[in-house]
Design a protein around this ligand. Structure first.
Ligand code: PGA
Length: 248
């Protein structure tokens, strides 16, 4: 069985003082043998994570990465720099980056490669908009987003990614996909992975994201192909985040 993984996506939230309280609360409440957990924080707070989380059960990561290794790319952060700060994960292709920064499927794929080359686990986000769902295009959209990544990786590398299915219409809106709706897309993504590499189909964690909360987490994560969650709003309160980890 695949281990469950619950990842907090803090987005552009936090301050040194608030983070200290939040991180301490999460670490204190983490039990033994439960789901794996991580927080993906704004880049300036990676040092704070490295300082406070080293040796704890809570892993950390970033929310974006450059496709370039180093050089004249003002404002960009290289994957090797994230590794330098002890990151295990980096989110790539979140719908907010696709929508507000024009990230293409190809750039997202290159980011996944950059992350893997630096020893990081990319959390590759895919998901359809409401218009696309209503037009019956959900599977076409997510298959295309994932296939751009799969095309750049060999079978062994595919096994090292995490996929997050995040329907855009469910992010930060309080509207959640029903467990059955989410499971249907997760099963589709899993068969796409399996077609690429049987081992990847079995091993790759597929997280659900989009208004996952303590009261809907258990039912979502009980679905056969839902291996955890990518949590936005509810990751900013230790009690809620812990409740979701415990529901996994
Ligand atoms: P949400 O965000 O849980 O606030 O809907 C999820 C995400 O964007 O990763």
């Amino acid at each position: 069985m695949r281990p469950k993984l619950v990842v907090g996506n803090w987005k552009m939230n936090g301050s040194r003082a608030n983070n200290a309280t939040l991180l301490a609360g999460i670490v204190e409440g983490l039990g033994q043998g439960k789901a794996q957990a991580a927080v993906c924080v704004p880049a300036p707070y990676l040092q704070q994570c490295a300082d406070t989380l080293a040796g704890s059960e809570l892993a950390w990561g970033a929310q974006d990465v450059s496709i370039h290794a180093s050089g004249a790319y003002t404002g960009e952060v290289a994957a090797s720099m994230l590794s330098d700060f002890g990151c295990r994960y980096v989110i790539v292709g979140h719908s907010e980056r696709r929508a507000y920064h024009g990230e293409t499927d190809q750039q997202v794929a290159q980011k996944a490669v950059a992350a893997l080359n630096a020893g990081l686990t990319p959390i590759v986000c895919v998901g359809e908009t409401l218009d696309q769902r209503e037009a019956g295009q959900t599977n076409v959209v997510v298959n295309k987003q994932l296939s751009a990544v799969l095309e750049l990786l060999d079978g062994a590398a595919v096994q090292r990614i995490v996929v997050a299915y995040e329907p855009v219409w469910a992010i930060g809106t309080g509207k959640t996909a029903t467990p059955a709706m989410a499971q249907e897309v997760h099963a589709e993504l899993r068969s796409q992975l399996r077609a690429r590499s049987l081992d990847a189909g079995e091993k790759v964690a597929i997280l659900y994201g989009g208004s996952m909360k303590p009261d809907n987490a258990a039912e979502l994560m009980a679905q056969a192909d839902i291996d955890g969650g990518l949590i936005g709003g509810a990751a900013l309160k230790a009690a809620d985040f812990l409740a979701i980890i415990n529901a996994a």
